[in-house]
Structures are given as structure tokens and as C-alpha cells.
Design a protein around this ligand. Structure first.
Ligand code: CP
Length: 309
């Protein structure tokens, strides 16, 4: 069980807590393979999905997870809600709370907003990706996918490639991989990979090719186009040449190595078309696991709330 009624990040979890949520997620993943995928574990819970940023995978997998568990679900539309008239997120959640919402799933551009809200509301807050801070359920689905492929992550070498500096996915994944004993290699241009990331216990590489044959898994991060305008990257073509996974690079990877990406993929930038669709790619498995891990997080929070009543 989580030690809190909120789930705002991986950084504060212990290895035991991480393993327990992954175990439950693996059980739910097996349920998702059954003909009848619907349960009633959250029948008494009402969940609101508040997405202030675009999302396909996280948004739909949370809603599917909530519905698979039998929760009552409401979805918030940023453009047509009163936040467009200037209402704060905190006031929005306080109004939802008095309508008896139990759990709020939130994606927002502001780093730290989930922790801030969790101190001010009695509904449970789940971080669905905030600013450049954390995207904890993404890290859960990433490590569940690695567990399914390799069983034990202890000693596994995982390369996280691209825009590490601005990536909430990278931060959460580094914390999760550290808890599970994997070796973390951060790979990218100096402008997007500051030396300070060594404090996370990761090795830093400014070139992909020398380290590539040693990696068991590559996790390429989405390049945000606006970074080029800010001078972080010379061009997408240059980035692809230096850090893109393509057929030539795949031929230098370990035979058992897997290719991962949180999505959405910029085809031809982080990964070539071949890399996205080849046998080493487990990108779509990651997406299926997204439903399972979100079911597990919702269930653990629901159980905590029940025990705290
Ligand atoms: N990986 C991820 O967060 O994708 P979405 O932005 O589509 O939710």
C-alpha cells in the first residue's frame, strides 16, 4: 500500500512500495488479457480527470483504468471550464471535492503543483505528468515493461536518450531504475544534459555510439520542437544523426536489447520508422501496461483511503 493518500512522484517511494505496485499492476495486466476485463474494485469511488495539457496515452489509459475498475468517472475540459475565466486549479478542485470527488488525476505545466494541491485538499491527487518534475505512472509502466521482458532489473543497463534536462519522464524513470538496481546511462547533447544529473547516480554520455552496444534497453525521449527555437538543438536532422535509433544503430545493439519510447514519437527524429516498428520495439506494450499500472495506483489509493476512514 502507498504510505500516503496521494501519488505525486517516484522519488519518495521505497523499493518495497515500488515492487508492491508493480506486482499489483502485473496482476491487472493479466486481467486485461481476459475476455471480461471489468472489475468493481473502485465501485464506490468517483474520479475526476483534469488535464491542462494535451495527452493521448495518459489521459485515455487513466480513464480506461478507472472504468475497468468500476469507478464513476468525470472528465474536465480545460477550454470549456471556468479555469478559462480565471478560476484557480485549487478552487476548481475544492469545488469538485464538495461534489464528492474522491480522486483527482491531474496533468499540468507547473512543476510541483501536485504536491502543492495535496497539502490543501482532502481528495487524493495523482500526478499524470507535471511540468519538468515527474511523470510517475509513466515510470511505472516503463519498469513494468522491462520486468516483463527481463524479469529482474538488477544490473540491467538502461540508456535514456535525448532531452534529459526538461524531461519529467526521465526524472521519474531514473528514480525507479535506481530503486530496482539498474544502471542508468543518460545520453544526449550537453545543452540538454547538465553534469548535475550525476547526482542521481547516473552515468552521463554525450555520444550514443560508444555506449550503445552495452545497453539492454534504450528509452528515447520525445524532442520538443520549441527547444530548437530556444537554441538547445541545432536541427532535428543533426539530432537524429547523433542520437536517433535507426537500422544501422539497431544492428550494433545487443541481440536481446529492447527499444522504448514514452510517446508521442517524432518519427525520423528520436526513432526511424524502422526502429518504431521493428521486433525490438516494445513501445505498444508500454501503452498496454499504462492501463495496468494506472489500475494498480488507483486501487492502492482507494485502499489507503478506506483504511484511513
Ligand atoms: N507518454 C505520455 O505521457 O503520452 P501522452 O502525452 O500522450 O499522455
Amino acid at each position: 500500500m502507498f504510505p500516503s493518500r496521494h501519488f505525486t512522484g517516484i522519488e519518495t517511494l521505497t523499493t518495497e512500495e515500488l515492487l508492491s505496485v508493480l506486482k499489483l499492476a502485473a496482476e491487472y495486466r493479466a486481467v486485461l488479457e481476459q475476455e471480461d476485463k471489468n472489475l468493481d474494485d473502485l465501485r464506490t469511488s468517483t474520479v475526476a480527470n483534469l488535464f491542462f495539457e494535451n495527452s493521448t496515452r495518459t489521459r485515455f489509459s487513466f480513464e480506461l483504468a478507472e472504468r475497468r475498475l468500476g469507478a464513476t468517472v468525470i472528465n474536465f475540459n480545460n477550454e470549456s471550464s471556468s479555469t478559462a475565466k480565471g478560476e484557480t486549479v485549487l478552487d476548481t478542485i475544492k469545488n469538485l471535492e464538495v461534489m464528492k470527488i474522491d480522486i483527482v488525476v491531474i496533468r499540468h505545466t507547473l512543476s510541483g503543483i501536485c504536491n502543492l494541491l495535496s497539502r490543501s485538499v482532502s481528495a487524493s491527487i495523482i500526478n499524470a505528468g507535471e511540468g519538468t518534475h515527474e511523470h510517475p505512472t509513466q515510470a511505472l509502466l516503463d519498469v513494468l515493461s522491462l520486468q516483463q521482458h527481463f524479469h529482474d532489473l538488477n544490473g540491467l543497463s538502461v540508456g535514456i536518450i535525448g532531452d534529459i534536462l526538461h524531461s519529467r519522464v526521465a526524472r521519474s524513470l531514473i528514480f525507479a531504475l535506481n530503486l530496482l538496481g539498474a544502471h542508468v546511462h543518460l545520453i544526449g547533447p550537453k545543452t540538454l544534459l547538465p553534469d548535475s544529473f550525476t547526482r542521481f547516480g547516473a552515468k552521463i554520455h554525450y555520444q550514443l555510439d560508444p555506449i550503445l552496444p552495452e545497453l539492454d534497453a534504450t528509452v528515447s525521449l520525445r524532442i520538443q520542437m520549441e527547444r530548437m527555437e530556444s537554441g538547445y538543438l541545432p536541427s532535428l536532422i543533426e539530432f537524429h544523426k547523433a542520437y536517433g535509433i535507426d537500422e544501422r544503430r539497431i544492428s550494433r545493439m545487443k541481440s536481446h536489447a529492447v527499444i522504448m519510447h514514452p510517446g508521442p514519437v517524432n518519427r525520423g527524429v528520436e526513432l526511424s520508422h524502422y526502429a518504431v516498428d521493428c521486433g525490438k520495439s516494445i513501445i505498444l506494450d508500454q501503452v498496454t501496461n499504462g492501463v495496468a499500472v494506472r489500475m494498480a495506483v488507483l486501487k492502492m489509493i482507494h485502499e489507503f483511503r478506506k483504511s484511513a476512514r
